[in-house]
Ligand binder design. Structure first.
Ligand SMILES: Cc1cc2nc3c(=O)[nH]c(=O)nc-3n(C[C@H](O)[C@H](O)[C@H](O)COP(=O)(O)OP(=O)(O)OC[C@H]3O[C@@H](n4cnc5c(N)ncnc54)[C@H](O)[C@@H]3O)c2cc1C
Ligand SMILES: NC(=O)c1ccc[n+]([C@@H]2O[C@H](COP(=O)([O-])OP(=O)(O)OC[C@H]3O[C@@H](n4cnc5c(N)ncnc54)[C@H](OP(=O)(O)O)[C@@H]3O)[C@@H](O)[C@H]2O)c1
Length: 257
């Protein structure tokens, strides 16, 4: 067996949920360091040539959940041309998987500047994961007046974790708004189109009966880099500025590739 690279520890697959042929969740146990809601770690396996393939994956579950921070859940889409994700899709309960010991990432609630009262979380595909983790954070209801989660997918069958969203709705009531966007079929309870256009046309703001105004709003974007780029332009057009630690602003992002 090839030596395990520095930074990876051995873990085990506890469960797998298959949402669609390509979309699945893995529950994994591994002795990793503590993480903060919104962060990611690495998953790794050996390929057929005996080389390690590692990629970043965000934890969907909050670190303070009942089973503790070493019980991790990931939402993954297998890209048939990809090196690692199709292999992850073949794993079954009991299989060995290698996990990055040190989680990382700055898309966390601590990074939201103090001026923000409304938090908008805009995601495509599997990038809803880190926001689902944040939804379970106890600080959310006191810290913000309103929390909006937007999940944009191609097809309605990819609107996963409905129970987590419903639980958040039950807990937070009118403080929380969930908006689904389905782009490649009609879906009765979802908006159609793409996030940047929905923002520029004001359809998203109208749907949640909120304004996206610079002093009180903060926007996290996560997922498809083209969405992040186009949405950043749309937000700039709407008068918001990019957030930097040295110069507080109104939006920040994490690209998935
Ligand atoms: C910070 C961070 C967190 C991430 N978290 C997740 C996660 O929680 N779940 C997850 O499925 N992926 C996540 N990714 C993407 C993941 O790291 C891999 O890039 C992805 O699984 C593809 O790896 P691969 O080896 O199969 O494909 P590669 O051989 O690396 O091919 C990459 C190609 O796959 C496509 N692609 C990559 N990731 C995605 C994605 N998530 N959705 C759609 N298309 C994609 C792109 O076209 C890209 O060019 C994250 C990436 C980053 C940087
Ligand atoms: N989802 C599937 O059924 C499927 C099936 C096989 C393989 N895959 C592979 O899996 C990977 C991930 O697919 P995915 O569907 O999770 O992610 P995705 O391709 O990023 O699509 C998710 C959502 O993001 C939207 N989007 C794309 N570009 C955008 C932009 N510039 N601005 C705003 N929104 C944008 C898409 O809208 P549009 O629909 O308008 O693009 C869609 O609603 C891809 O590499 C794909 O090849 C996916």
């Amino acid at each position: 067996m090839t030596d395990v690279p520095n930074g990876l520890v051995e873990g085990r697959v506890l469960a797998k949920k298959q949402w669609t042929q390509n979309l699945f969740s893995l529950e994994v146990t591994a002795p990793i360091e503590e993480y903060v809601a919104g962060q990611f770690t690495k998953l790794g396996l050996l390929n057929a040539n005996g080389e390690w393939v590692r990629r970043a994956y965000s934890m969907v579950n909050h670190p303070n959940h009942d089973y503790g921070h070493q019980h991790l859940e990931f939402l993954i889409i297998a890209d048939s041309d990809g090196q690692l994700s199709p292999k992850l899709n073949q794993l079954v309960s009991g299989d060995t998987i290698y996990v990055g010991k040190q989680p990382s990432g700055f898309m966390t609630l601590e990074e939201v500047p103090e001026h923000a009262r409304d938090l908008w979380m805009l995601s495509t595909g599997t990038a809803v994961g880190p926001f689902l983790s944040m939804l379970d954070d106890d600080s959310l209801v006191d810290r913000f007046d309103k929390i909006v989660l937007v999940h944009a997918v191609r097809r309605a069958e990819e609107l996963v974790y409905a129970k987590t969203v419903q639980d958040a709705q039950a807990r937070m009531g009118k403080q929380f708004e969930f908006v689904s966007v389905v782009s490649r079929e009609n879906h009765q309870t979802s908006l159609s189109g793409r996030i940047p256009q929905l923002l520029l046309e004001g359809r998203l703001q109208k749907h949640v009966e909120m304004e996206l105004n610079a002093p009180h709003s903060f926007v996290f974007m996560c997922g498809n880099p083209a969405m992040v780029k186009d949405t950043s332009s749309a937000l700039t057009e709407l008068g918001l500025t990019k957030h930097l630690r040295r110069k507080p602003g109104h939006f920040s992002s994490e690209n998935y590739w």
